[in-house]
Write a protein that binds this ligand. Sequence first.
Ligand code: GAL
Length: 680
Amino acid sequence: MTTHTDRLHLGAAWYPEHWPEDRWPDDIRLMAETGFTVVRMGEFAWSALQPSRDTFDLDWLERAVELAARSGIRTVLGTPTAAPPAWLVEAHPDLLAVDDTGRRVQFGNRCHYCVTSPDLHVAAETIATELAERFGANANVIGWQIDNEYNRVCFCDRCAAQFHVDLAERYRTLDALNARWSTRYWSQTYSSWAQIPLPIGPHNPGLMLAFRSFVTESYRRFQRVQVDALRRHLPPHVWITHNFMHWYGGYDHYALSEDLDLASWDWYVETGHNDYLSSGAAHDLVRGFKRRNFWLMETQPGHVNWQPVNAMQRPGEVRAMAWEAIAHGADAVLYWQWRSAMGGQEQFHGALLDASGRPRPVLEQVRRLGRELAAASPILAGSTVPPSTVAMLNSYPSRWSLETQRQHEDFDYVKHLVHYYRPFARRNVAVDLISSSAALGGYQIVVAPALTVLADGEAERLRRFVEDGGHLVLTIRTGVKDVDNALLPARPPGPLAGCAGVEVEEYYALLDAVAVEGDGLGGQATIWAERLSVLDPSSVRVLARFGAGDEWLAGRPAITARPFGKGRVYYVAAYLDEGAQQVLTDLVLSTAGVTPVLAAPLDVEVRTRLSAAGEEILILTNHGPVARSVELPWRAHDHLAGSVVGETIDLGPYQTAVLSALGVEDALRPGRPEETASRI
Ligand code: GAL
């Protein structure tokens, strides 16, 4: 199925069930004036859609879909299962989840369900089927969202029983499980499956990792019930998604994405301000779930209500963020939400309209965005983000393994990964953030931050990548564990030591910073450092060493590089400061011969999309409050301004330009601007 849209979409979450129906036309009119092309509805409307077990009321939703369609606004329908209604919970009290203190969660705060509840599955299938029968063939419903931000982890007895079934399927015998989890430690040996607990707080590492896989499988089963129910009634071109929470780590997003057509996510900036060097990683992460364009299903219209200080975005930031999402592969931007509800738990969250039904100041920015999207839609619709030459690997098992045994409270898997991402972003080198189990063909550089758990075949794939000419960056905490979270019977980086030419003798959680000194590569290590021994001094080059100060580390290699096959392997034995990390990244880039699409000053982000016809489209966004100029290698059509730009483009604060070269072939040929100009 192609999930590409015929245009870039703009919209919001709209809850018509909150409002008298005679207000709807005003909402739709205001949406149309804003440039909306889509609304998302229904994802919490279970009690309005099914007031009791045997009563369904879908007519109001159909009227809302039709009303929106009359103004050219299409609908994404959410299945309402994130909010199981009171009558359902009353009939099946054990449908409520149990938290890790053993307490049943209360009804009314959404996601209160136990995801393995068979009653939930039946009820979810019923409501999804009702919706699909009514709307599956409705041409105005272009896509479906299942549930909303899966996040509840349940610790009830039923989950425990299902966990045991899953474990028995995976390990076959208790002997195998006991051996792989080292259960002789503290007398944990199990003689029946039923003895195995759900881990509350820190526990046996094997159990901890297996539990995360169980949570993943539980959500996958729940999702599949709904996907199957919908699919039976949906034409093939209508897609199904779930709105993920970018770096949320409760389950394996690659596994859940396998059963979806499209990945989407909800972007809220916790500080109220966007740091594009880091947030780009979140977009790339979600693009990597399906290796294709995604939807930004929710984003904040100004501020949220759940931070200690719910600060407001700057006006221009609202649009710059939307453009960042598009530049990284989003085909749609939807705000949460259209109008502040009069009641409910989120009264003070940002919205495009206030409780009076009139536009809040932020709506003007979204209107402007609507005009920009309309101007750019013809060139961007159907376009994709071309594969990069740089990949960064994300591994949930590695993350879970590290998170449950941090060794240093500041060692955070995601922060460490983003620390590796930022220097590439600063240089405007696009990164594909992909699963550590993905194929690596086509990449020149692969960065594998803290790939602690080496799943079957991963080390071999990385070794072959280097042999074939790839440049591989290995970091601290690599190649330590197997898939059962047991230590490998070798020094890190385990099976990768052979190609890295180094192994780790000891690791150090750092209280104090340690100097790192190298040729042009000076800086500091904080949080973590490793003491390396060089296995093959004739081929391993030491790029930097630890300086004086720490008796264990002084003079030992901090960064090494080694030619291997046709490629090169780096081992970075320190958590470097940001400056040193940039220098190292620049070195890796230049050695591998990878260059940015376009050199641009700090704050200006440049990303490429390829039109359906293969034409290169550059999206330049100034993420800062100061105007910037960018030199262009060719004259270009500026699709937002509707003009032609020459050698330099000036970008005001938070301004975006969408450019395509004039007459691609000629315009790309350097030194022939006159000829290019004559083709305008
Ligand atoms: C999201 C959620 C929305 C809304 C929003 C507020 O996580 O999907 O329904 O609650 O947060 O920021």
